[in-house]
Design a protein around this ligand. Structure first.
Ligand code: SAM
Length: 254
């Protein structure tokens, strides 16, 4: 039997496996039809490219392929200017990658990880709790199902609020700036925040400088924006706009 020390947390992969399998299966089906007309051979080639792209992206994100996913999570931690005293919230925690790294970095803190854990993702509350036991921080972490569009906590409940690549995914709210506003509602006056998302996609958030001034108008007195998609460790392959190519961090103090 493996001990928890021998086990490794499973933080999953930001490329859902279906993005690889579905194009792969379509590629094979169209290849089977290729004797009917050249059109099917072209379609087969197209789906082979899509399958290959996501397979390679999956590999780059994984620990074996450079651990780009963990390094991107680390960018949020690098922006924190927190004393580690009190409570933190990680919105859209997935399998708890950022939640657990926070718990390890701040041994006096209690951390809540929340996520909707919908069908589109291979993440779950159960895996988060198991990861917390493996990481040895289960006594200071709680995982709770909640939509980022309407968080079930009182205003200002947390000393630190973080989130990584979640807001643009929240389908319950069409205006993703309102998801950001809901996240800021969780921060106590004087508390800290750091949110990484596709903030450079203007169709979602508008221009970054307008977003920053909008956040100030919501009463947040310290807010900064930093572009993170240009980090040297991120392979060009992953810099497409629908991957992490338009990413940045909004951080500051309420
Ligand atoms: C790219 S993953 C990032 C997960 C995690 N933050 C990480 O860094 O590994 C996007 C996350 O958004 C979550 N999500 C999608 N819609 C949500 C919603 N309405 N409320 C909360 N989380 C949501 C997904 O379940 C998924 O965990």
């Amino acid at each position: 039997m493996q001990t928890s020390a021998a086990l490794k947390p499973d933080y999953g992969n930001w490329v859902p496996k279906k993005f690889i399998f579905i194009p792969g299966i379509l590629c094979l089906i169209f290849l089977g039809l290729a004797f009917l007309a050249p059109f099917w051979a072209i379609m087969s080639g197209l789906f082979l490219l899509i399958c290959g792209y996501f397979l390679l992206s999956y590999y780059c994100f994984s620990p074996a392929g450079g651990d780009v996913q963990a390094r991107i999570v680390g960018l949020v931690l690098d922006r924190l200017n927190w004393d580690g005293k009190g409570k933190a919230l990680d919105i859209g925690c997935g399998n708890g990658a950022l939640t657990l790294r926070l718990a390890q970095a701040y041994p006096a803190a209690r951390i809540t990880g929340s996520d909707f854990w919908g069908k589109n993702w291979d993440y779950s509350q159960q895996v988060c709790e198991q990861n917390a036991r493996i990481a040895g921080v289960a006594d200071r972490t709680i995982f709770q199902k909640a939509s980022a569009s309407a968080l079930p906590f009182e205003d200002g409940s947390f000393d630190l609020v973080v989130s990584n690549l979640t807001f643009h995914e929240v389908s319950h709210t069409s205006d993703k700036r309102q998801v950001l506003r809901e996240a800021l509602r969780m921060v106590r006056p004087g508390g800290k925040f750091a949110f990484q998302d596709l903030f450079l996609v203007e169709a979602i958030y508008g221009k970054p400088e307008e977003l920053v001034s909008q956040v100030r108008n919501w009463g947040i007195h310290k807010v900064e924006f930093v572009k993170t998609c240009d980090e040297a460790f991120i392979p060009t392959l992953l810099k497409l706009p629908f991957m992490v190519g338009r990413m940045g961090i909004l951080y500051g103090e309420r």
